[in-house]
Design a protein around this ligand. Structure first.
Ligand code: GAF
Length: 383
């Protein structure tokens, strides 16, 4: 039986009736463009093979009943009309926030029974929350086929994350879960949400893309992410631009000279990262994914040294991967733990995995999880 079929069966076991459908959304890994999505910059995420499923059926009584296979002891029942930020805590705050955001936007979602299951590891920096939110958004609205509608949904879902989960995130993760397509990275220009699918098929080029989950739980709610965002906004204000990515790379040196020390490295990271994304897109479009490796590694140095969002385990994963001959490696996502992404020749991929594992063992860290990935499908209806 398909995974979606099993999720539908689980729904029946929990709620004692059939679901109206099963929808799913993927976790993501970001190839390049980190901490640019709240600065008007560009990002390059791709959908992982790991997904979150949501089976749902409407209810006439206005009740929203939420159940998760991961937290079976924490079902939630709440009146959809009474939803408000703070009303639901724990895992269910994410789907409840989505229902709240959809209702406010006039989607007319009333009561529903919702059961969710996931393969996306939590806290691994692979966007488990956006996968959950987007899968539930589709389940509550029915499949949204047009790309523009999916972007609208992604924006609503981001509002839910801000209000219910308290994370002032950008739009990358929700847009990736909603809009990625197989065989592509999603080139999203966050200033105007212009979006292009850029071909990226590492295997066809004799390459492998590896995700290394360090096992260090990353949390964006502890204030460090919000502090970086506030620092970027302060930098933009000090430089008289609306968004940091309004700065041209040619203006960077002058801009840095005009800033106080704590803001300089933040601004440098954002402006140089945006430039790296532009180069990566040009190289991918020219059919040369190999040459993106060096940009990944430069991006890691910038996140580690300037933006200060890496950690010892991520640095070790990157260093060990490069020592083993990877073409490039970097931390991915918000940072402070989570995962790294590595681009390697197919012939070197096994060695990279072994070297990273050996380096973790030698340093006394928990074994990392190394996962080869190919760009997969965004959100969809499965049943
Ligand atoms: C997290 C956020 F949710 C994204 O919006 C993005 O800012 C990312 O960190 C860093 O690039 O995943």
């Amino acid at each position: 039986m398909s995974r979606a079929g099993r999720v539908a069966d689980a729904f029946r076991a929990v709620f004692g009736r059939a679901c109206a459908g099963v929808w799913s959304a993927p976790g993501r890994v970001n190839l390049l463009g980190e901490h640019t999505d709240y600065n008007g910059g560009s990002v390059l995420p791709l959908a992982l093979p790991l997904r979150t499923w949501a089976a749902a059926a409407p209810r006439a009584d206005g009740l929203l009943r939420l159940h998760s296979a991961l937290f079976p002891g924490e079902p939630v029942e709440v009146a959809a009309a009474g939803l408000a930020p703070g009303a639901v805590r724990g895992w269910a705050a994410y789907p409840a926030g989505v229902a709240w955001a959809l209702r406010r936007a006039g989607y007319g979602t009333g009561g529903a029974d919702v059961h969710v299951e996931t393969d996306v590891p939590l806290g691994a920096g692979l966007s488990s929350s956006a996968a959950l939110e987007v899968a539930v958004a589709l389940a509550l609205t029915g499949a949204v086929e047009r790309e523009a509608d999916r972007l609208v949904l992604a924006r609503l879902v981001r509002e839910a994350e801000h209000a219910f989960a308290g994370v002032p995130c950008g739009i990358m993760d929700q847009a990736a879960a909603a809009c990625c397509t197989t065989g592509h990275v999603l080139h999203l220009r966050t200033r105007d949400l212009a979006l292009r699918q850029v071909p990226f098929d590492p295997v066809a080029h004799g390459l492998r893309l590896l995700v290394v989950d360090t096992g260090v739980a990353h949390a964006l709610r502890d204030g460090a992410y919000a502090a970086r965002r506030a620092g970027c906004e302060a930098g933009a204000r000090a430089l008289g631009v609306r968004l940091l990515c309004d700065l041209d790379p040619g203006q960077l040196d002058g801009a840095l000279g005009a800033l106080d020390e704590p803001l300089r490295p933040l601004v440098r990271h954002v402006v140089t990262e945006e430039e790296r994304v532009g180069r990566a897109v040009a190289r991918l479009e020219a059919g040369d994914p190999r040459s993106v490796g060096g940009l990944l590694t430069a991006g890691h140095a910038s996140l580690r040294d300037d933006f200060a969002v890496s950690c010892a385990e991520l640095d070790l994963a990157v260093a060990a991967a490069l020592r083993a001959g990877a073409l490039g490696a970097r931390m991915t996502g918000g940072g402070f733990g989570g995962s790294a992404v590595v681009l390697a020749e197919e012939a070197a991929a096994g060695r990279v995995g072994r070297e990273v594992a050996a380096a973790f063992a030698a340093a006394g860290h928990r074994p990392p999880r190394v996962l080869p990935v190919e760009p997969g499908d965004g959100a969809r209806r499965d049943l």
